[in-house]
Design a binder for this molecule. Sequence first.
Ligand SMILES: C[S@@+](CC[C@H](N)C(=O)[O-])C[C@H]1O[C@@H](n2cnc3c(N)ncnc32)[C@H](O)[C@@H]1O
Length: 351
Amino acid sequence: MKNKIIKSAKDSRTDKTAKNKIRAKNNRTTFVSKEEVLKFEKRLLSVKDTSSNNFLNKTIYGALEDVAEKLPKHFVDLLFIDPPYNLNKDFGNNQFKEKSDKDYERTFEKWFLSIKHTLKNTASVYVCCDWKSSTSIYSVLNKYLTVRNRITWEREKGRGALSNWKNCSEDIWFATVSNKYCFNVEAVKIKKKVIAPYKENGVAKDWTENEEGKFRLTYPSNLWTDITIPFWSMPENTDHPTQKPEKLVAKIILASTNENEVVFDPFLGSGTTSVVAKKLNRKYIGVEMNKEYCCLSEKRIILADTEKSIQGYSGGIFWERNSLNIQKDNVVKGRTRSKNNIYEPKLFPEK
Ligand SMILES: C[S@@+](CC[C@H](N)C(=O)[O-])C[C@H]1O[C@@H](n2cnc3c(N)ncnc32)[C@H](O)[C@@H]1O
């Protein structure tokens, strides 16, 4: 099925969402003006120009349904899928319409099968979803891959409801193609403020104590409570309606790839995955069917040449929420765990 890109209000809404929008003085949202769209669209790869040897480190402008067959086999180390959830959602030139659970499952299965051939035998796959589509996603992944975990991300922000529990969490399914896959646990430890140390044989483990407080470096669990959604005072923020935080993507990329490996995002949106991959010295490829979002991605990708920081991740450590001052102090005073952020990559199970 060929996917039609509808020219609609929002393709020409660049100025409404961007330049002409009245923003607070300290609003740091990244957006693209009409002029920038003209400039950045030249960097995009069109579906017809996509060939098996020119797509790395590129944003492909087109519908996944048209791009998928152009992509070669077995080149992806990490597939990060953040699809339209099963909700009515306006993505500018494309609108997703809520379906029955079964129909959503079929849609997701089609998307997944169209790109399954791109996965290496050692690849990992992460899929984002909400509680409602979580079982559909699980069913599909469980059919074709080994499902390893379900991460729950506490999104913090959510709309309150009078007759229901406020929905402020999302699921991220983690699966692998085989039993041989990359998982760099040391790269994704969290620095937590604690009251007392955990002791092994009477010795405090992974413990630091200084004038800012007492901290423990902990193993990461499948409950992520240390990540806020991007908001207007953060430079990573854009006008995309469902943008993922760079910190969230950074955890996944660091855990499940090594430097120079390939990260593929088939629903790139505002470019978060490619931006973070670039900041962490990985290769990337993204597909997105809204030109404005593609251009926004390109702008962020260029900015990542000079601005490599990821909010909430510094000195090779993931920090808890609201710890910016402590992070700055630790980096400035040189109390970081690893200057270069280099970890020993491991493949499990080790042979
Ligand atoms: C949930 S958003 C992804 C957000 C992204 N993770 C970010 O951080 O900005 C899904 C994106 O998929 C795009 N999209 C929807 N259907 C698509 C399709 N069939 N092919 C390519 N892109 C599509 C939408 O335009 C939207 O930007």
